[in-house]
Design a protein. Structure first.
Length: 387
């Protein structure tokens, strides 16, 4: 996955030549801890490497001085959870004041435009995360009340506004700093673990845009080389997938499925006509499928009364495992079918299934209007359809 190799840039900009190769960091921390050390890491091809450390003085003062031939990313940290990512250029003197336990949000910062840009972005991102956390608290307070479905719908709408705002902010941030390495770090920001601001598929143009700009400027810098290699792989994979999925493009009618339900009765996909349908391929033995099932329950709760339903096809091997998965994940309210033939199921060649979960969103006439929508993306699309 394109994100994995660069995940260490989570909080990780214009570059210019400098005659002076010395880089200095002069800092002061409020409320320092006695005998605490602060560490300086450099981002290299092998990962982050500690290159120096300094004992923080009683008044919180510390400093580093080192040689740097080219602009590069560095990490200032007291431990693995308290750090500031910096882009430092030869000749720069970075001055920083921060709380000893909040390096990522310095009280003052000057001397490095790239580092200042990243700190500004972090503040905006933190505001968004705080707003989303507030919505989560409201949801928890409503659990178990009759108003929960309505509250969930309202919170979803508000959350989408917050997510669209940070997505737009990030894209503008990249556009304004396209010749800077700060654009690289902006590609991998998260609002929650595993929940990225930019999606490599949905926002592919920005991954390509950043790669095209930075690779022409800094082709020898390892993080840029890694991005270039992975963007090329992603574009190749998506091109191949488009060829494979040509039978299932927007507007084509989903092939009929006619299989037994848990009671042994034959259920047909065509029986769902008149509804917006999520055709979902899963199995009880598939952890990613089980992880996604609560999102299906949520979508069903929100939109079933408006004409949304789910037709779920299992690749399980035994009825016991299949029905147990349905029961444990509270999936019993929609249609389930399976021939219990695992990867030899009759649906495999028909839908060219190579992995699960896989899904298709169908319109009221059974035509494909989207594929592989998960989590918030599914809810966003249903919101567009029903509102």
């Amino acid at each position: 996955m394109i994100r994995n190799s660069l995940i260490f840039l989570f909080i990780l900009l214009p570059l210019s030549a400098c005659k002076n190769n010395n880089i200095e960091i002069i800092g002061k921390l409020t409320n320092p801890i006695k005998d605490e050390y602060i560490y300086l890491d450099e981002l290299r091809s092998s990962g982050l490497v500690t290159i120096d450390s300094s004992l923080i003085a009683e008044d919180g003062a510390f400093s580093f001085s080192f040689r740097g031939k080219v602009p590069a990313f560095y990490l200032l940290k007291t431990d693995e959870t308290n750090f500031l990512t910096m882009l430092l250029e030869p000749g720069q003197v970075l001055e920083i004041n921060a709380s000893h336990d909040s390096l990522n949000f310095p009280e003052s910062l000057k001397g490095s435009k790239g580092t200042e840009l990243m700190a500004g972005y972090n503040r905006k991102l933190s505001e968004t995360v705080g707003k989303l956390s507030g919505l989560s608290e409201i949801y928890q307070q409503s659990v178990g009340t009759p108003e929960l479905p309505l509250v969930m719908e309202q919170l979803d709408s508000i959350a989408r506004i917050y997510l669209e705002d940070i997505n737009s902010y990030t894209k503008k941030y990249i556009d304004e700093n396209l010749s800077s390495l700060v654009a690289l770090t902006a590609l991998y920001q998260q609002v929650a673990p595993g929940e990225y601001v930019l999606n490599p598929q949905r926002d592919l143009e920005y991954f390509i845009k950043v790669d095209s700009s930075l690779y022409s400027l800094y082709p020898g810098y390892e993080p840029v080389k890694t991005l270039h290699e992975q963007v090329m792989a992603l574009v190749s994979d998506m091109t191949a997938q488009n060829i494979i999925d040509s039978r299932f493009r927007y507007g084509t009618e989903a092939p009929e499925i006619s299989l037994p339900d848990p009671d042994g009765n034959t259920a047909k996909l065509s029986s769902t006509r008149g509804n917006i349908v999520l055709l979902d391929f899963w199995a009880a033995w598939c952890p990613p499928c089980r992880k996604e099932n609560p999102n299906l329950v949520r979508a069903y709760d929100l939109y079933h009364n408006r004409g949304f339903t789910i037709f779920q096809v299992s690749l399980d091997r035994t009825k016991e495992a299949w029905t147990k998965g349905i029961s444990e994940d509270n999936l019993g309210r929609w249609i389930h079918v399976s021939d219990l033939k695992y990867w030899n199921s009759a649906v495999i060649p028909v839908y060219n299934i190579e992995q699960i979960p896989t899904n298709y969103l169908l319109d009221r006439e059974g035509r494909i209007i989207a594929s592989n929508l998960r989590g918030q993306e599914l809810l966003n699309r249903l919101e567009q359809i029903f509102n």
